[in-house]
Design a protein around this ligand. Structure first.
Ligand SMILES: Nc1ncnc2c1ncn2[C@@H]1O[C@H](COP(=O)(O)OP(=O)(O)OP(=O)(O)O)[C@@H](O)[C@H]1O
Ligand SMILES: [Mg+2]
Length: 511
């Protein structure tokens, strides 16, 4: 599958940059908010201290005392409330505090700057419960509508703190303050900064992305160019290997043609001189026939004058059996021509296949041609035996597969030092065609075996092996959707197995 570097990079980095940008934004927001809440909490605690210092002893200690004997519904009516309210409002004026409430330890509202809330029960509120146990509880809340000091405000962000008020011993909680302060402008500022930060992050990431994109684009161009160069050099390698095996074939074929040509040549030369010997009897017979044609029909005898021809006839040695001999010689020539025609036919098949691309192919038939051609290239001490099973035709590139088979057969022949045998079997196994090329040659030593499919790996002397055969063969077989495997035993022989799927995969069509 083609890997599109630029597309992958763009998608991945955009997603990553967006995630990093959002995370940074979120992180900033969380940090700013928690800092703001901490600061406001401190403010509220300080404020509470101011309230407590000013008002606790003066008003709230007695109010608590008095409230102890008063029911919640009557708390509003306590006589101290108006005075407390006046003092509280005086303290609140000009500050960002919107509301102050004071609770007793039962959670009853003893005082609220919004007087109507006096007497309300907050005993179940987690903030109140925490503060009653001595801990300050603060949170950010948003209120659509909020009745604040002397007014009703809308859409405000508020910091709400529950703060414990300790008794004189500093250990026991005597009551709980609840304070609301307005942080809407602060929060708006945080949002503004957040947006500015996001714009900066997006800008920086955009710059980073653009420069990386340009680098990746350039890298992809280089990779593509290198892949193309690689493909071309692979093609050249394959071509070189093909030329190598063709060279071997040409040598074998010319050797094979040599024998019939040589004896045909000598037989035809002999035949020509034998035919020359027939010239005299032919000439005599022709003269004799001319004389006989001119004789009257009733004349049956003639007189021969041998004076001129006696010398020629007495030296003439040809026999009628020579005709038979001549026919035999020409018969041999005919047989030689037959052999040459067979060779030429096979060569034509071989080269015809070379031109074709992917075609419907009978693997057994192409193997036969390869074996025929290979026979001319391998020594006669190596026997080739074949056993072909019934195979369905398959779509393949026969020229490329020929190159595979030829290399396997050549390798097998080269592995046989003295005499030996190469066996070629084909069989159909389910939906797979299996082609086995076995030899009883040297086998492959264990230390060599892992490298035999490596490009340029060869154990043969320079000029004999290039080390490309098996690596190209494996590529070709894999491109056909098949596999090339090997089983070997050093000293006993080797079997290479080519498996090909009966129904070719899509990729075969591109071969
Ligand atoms: N049938 C075999 N028996 C023993 N060794 C083999 C056999 N086939 C291959 N080898 C080993 O594998 C090596 C690699 O084979 P490959 O066909 O790739 O290259 P080569 O035959 O050396 O050269 P080339 O095929 O390019 O002319 C050979 O050099 C040989 O050592
Ligand atoms: Mg080889």
């Amino acid at each position: 599958m083609k890997f599109r570097l630029v597309r992958h990079f763009s998608l991945t980095s955009l997603v990553l940059f967006a995630a990093i940008g959002s995370l940074l934004g979120l992180y900033y927001r969380e940090m700013a908010l928690s800092r703001m809440i901490r600061q406001q909490e401190n403010n509220n605690v300080n404020l509470t201290r101011v309230f407590a210092n000013t008002l606790w002893q003066r008003h709230f200690v007695d109010l608590l005392e008095e409230a102890g004997h008063t029911s919640s519904s009557n708390l509003k009516t306590l006589s101290r409330i108006p005075e407390i309210h006046r003092d509280v409002l005086a303290l609140m004026r000009g500050s960002s505090t919107y509301k102050i409430k004071v609770y007793d330890l039962q959670g009853r509202t003893l005082y609220s700057s919004e007087l109507a809330q006096i007497g309300e029960d907050k005993s179940q509120n987690p903030g109140f419960l925490g503060a009653r146990d001595g801990q300050t509880r603060t949170e950010l809340v948003h209120k659509e509508k909020f009745s604040a000091f002397e007014q009703v405000v809308e859409n405000r962000d508020l910091i709400q703190s529950y703060i414990p008020q300790f008794a004189n011993d500093g250990k026991r909680t005597a009551g709980v303050f609840e304070i609301y302060s307005d942080v809407t402008p602060l929060l708006a500022e945080i949002r503004d900064t957040e947006i500015r930060l996001l714009v900066m992050i997006v800008g920086a990431m955009g710059l980073l992305f653009t420069s990386l994109f340009l680098i990746v684009l350039r890298a992809e161009r280089i990779i593509r160019r290198q892949a193309e160069e690689n493909r071309q050099s692979q093609q050249q390698l394959a071509q070189a290997e093909k030329m190598g095996s063709l060279g071997l074939l040409v040598a074998g074929v010319s050797h094979q043609l040599n024998t019939p040509i040589a004896f045909s040549h000598s037989n035809v030369s002999l035949a020509i001189s034998a035919i020359r010997n027939l010239e005299l009897p032919m000439r005599i017979a022709s003269r004799f026939a001319g004389v006989v044609r001119k004789l009257p029909a009733d004349q049956h005898t003639i007189k021969l004058d041998l004076q001129k021809s006696r010398h020629l006839l007495s030296n003439y040695s040809a026999q009628p059996e020579d005709i038979e001999h001549l026919c035999l010689m020409l018969g041999d020539v005919l047989q030689g021509l037959e052999q040459m025609r067979e060779l030429v036919d096979n060569l034509r098949d071989f080269t015809r296949l070379d031109r074709s691309k992917v075609v419907d192919t009978d693997i057994n038939a192409t193997l036969k041609t390869v074996i025929y051609i290979a026979r001319s290239a391998i020594p006669s001490r190596v026997r080739i035996s074949e056993s072909f099973g019934q195979l369905p035709h398959i779509d393949c590139n026969p020229s490329q597969l020929n190159q595979v088979f030829l290399n396997l057969i050549t390798n097998a022949a080269q592995a046989i030092e003295d005499s030996g045998e190469i066996r070629i079997n084909t069989a159909l196994q389910g939906s797979t065609i299996r082609i086995e090329v076995s030899d009883n040659g040297s086998g492959i030593p264990p230390e060599v075996l892992p490298h035999i499919f490596d490009t340029y790996f060869t154990t043969k002397p320079k000029g004999i092996g290039t080390g490309l055969g098996l690596s190209i063969a494996r590529d070709i077989v894999r491109n056909h959707g098949g596999e090339l495997s090997v089983a070997t035993q050093a000293g006993f022989g080797t079997t290479f197995v080519v498996t090909l799927p009966v129904s070719a995969p899509e990729t075969v069509m591109q071969l």
